[in-house]
Design a protein around this ligand. Structure first.
Ligand code: SF4
Length: 375
């Protein structure tokens, strides 16, 4: 079976005020990380065997902040993975944050076969960083971005945020301009959801306007939108993330990770979720986890719903061939009325079943109509 691999490293240098990911504050070099790496590698071996995986097209280390592992540990983890995987994946991404992505860490990644670094920039604007308690000093960003772009030319991604407290049009456009000077191949522009815990956030309509301004600036600079929040130079899309949007198999390893394995012939799937409890990790192997993993059977209607939910985020829409193989029909055959209405409004592409850039802005109302029609 073919499956991508996601490893969750649930540790960060601090705790950002807006964060929804499972992560615990840890200091680089802090205790417990060696045992954690052993546990991850043990689980990778078990999961690959359990699901009879013989091809891993993409590998993604996310979190949390994988760069808090430091150079020596990332080397050990990646070397361990190399010995366990059937072959080295075509795309290997490591997420990093400036405070821990030093030269030694980045060089170790490069030497171990990492093909892509995804750097959490968010904003260069210190007042906004402080207002959302963003970990790390903004002043480190230029140096770390220079290192990343020197070691991974044409192969790094950066995250930016819009709708931050204290951010206005000038700040956002300056953030984009500053980032573009480092020549990233890929940029994610995330809209921060207004949160009462984060005073000073712009009102919703202003946040929407800012995101649109950011989108237009990125498009103008040659970064084409290919998903709700993702933009890339030609040929530089994230292959790993595309697999999520196309609902292709992936195995998630580590606390709070989940995996989905699909039976293409039956049009059903299995989802598992690992408990978000780094304290209970390492667990003694996949089969023996004691309540540490929950399983969910995805029946055909559920899988169709998820395929639409994920697929319409992507500018190519749900994959037509995969859809036919799994469900024996074309995507639009299941939602003909919605497709017709949205095509007439010019919000769904003519040749493919995918939302236009304008349609993507209305993804939620579109999905409501889709689900209503599915019944
Ligand atoms: S660095 Fe990322 S994962 Fe860690 S607390 Fe901040 S937003 Fe969350």
């Amino acid at each position: 079976m073919e499956a991508s691999l996601y490893l969750h490293i649930p540790f960060c240098a601090g705790s950002c005020g807006y964060c929804d990911f499972y992560s615990l504050p840890v200091r680089p070099g802090g205790p417990g990380l060696e045992a954690f790496i052993d546990a991850l590698l043990g689980d990778v071996r078990d999961y690959l065997a359990r699901f009879a995986v013989n091809r891993v097209p993409t590998l993604y280390l996310g979190g949390g902040t994988p760069s808090v592992l430091g150079a020596a540990r990332i080397t050990r983890l990646l070397a361990g993975l190399r010995s366990l995987l059937p072959a080295w994946p075509e795309e290997v991404t490591v997420e990093a944050n400036p405070e821990s992505a030093d030269a030694a860490f980045l060089r170790a990644c490069w030497e171990c076969g990492v093909s892509r670094i995804s750097l959490g920039v968010q904003t260069f604007y210190e007042p906004s960083r402080r207002l959302v308690h963003r970990v790390g000093e903004g002043s480190l960003l230029p140096e770390r971005l220079s290192l990343v772009s020197a070691l991974f030319p044409g192969a790094f991604s950066a995250d930016l945020m819009s709708g931050l407290p204290g951010q206005d049009e000038t700040v956002l456009l300056r953030d984009i301009e500053t980032l573009l000077a480092f020549n990233p191949a890929h940029i994610s522009l995330y809209a921060l959801t207004a949160d009462p815990k984060l005073p000073g956030s712009p009102p919703d309509d202003e946040a929407d306007r800012l995101w649109l301004l950011g989108r237009d600036a990125l498009e103008k600079a040659g970064y084409a939108q290919y998903e709700v929040s993702n933009f890339s130079r030609p040929g530089k899309r994230s292959r790993h993330n595309i697999r999520y949007w196309r609902m292709e198999n992936w195995l998630g390893i580590g606390p709070a990770a989940s995996g989905t394995v699909i039976d293409d012939h039956k049009g059903t799937g299995l989802r598992y979720t690992v408990k978000a409890d780094a304290g209970a990790y390492p667990a003694p192997g996949f089969a023996e986890h004691d309540g540490g993993i929950t399983f969910e059977f995805l029946d055909r209607p559920t899988l169709i719903k998820e395929t639409f939910l994920m697929g319409f985020r992507y500018t190519e829409g749900p994959d037509r061939e995969l859809f036919k193989t799994r469900f024996g029909t074309e995507p639009e055959a299941l939602i003909p009325r919605t497709v017709e209405r949205w095509r007439k409004r010019g919000l769904l592409e003519g040749g493919k079943t995918a939302l236009t850039p304008g349609g993507l802005l209305l993804l939620n109302p579109f999905l409501l109509e889709v689900f209503e029609e599915l019944g």
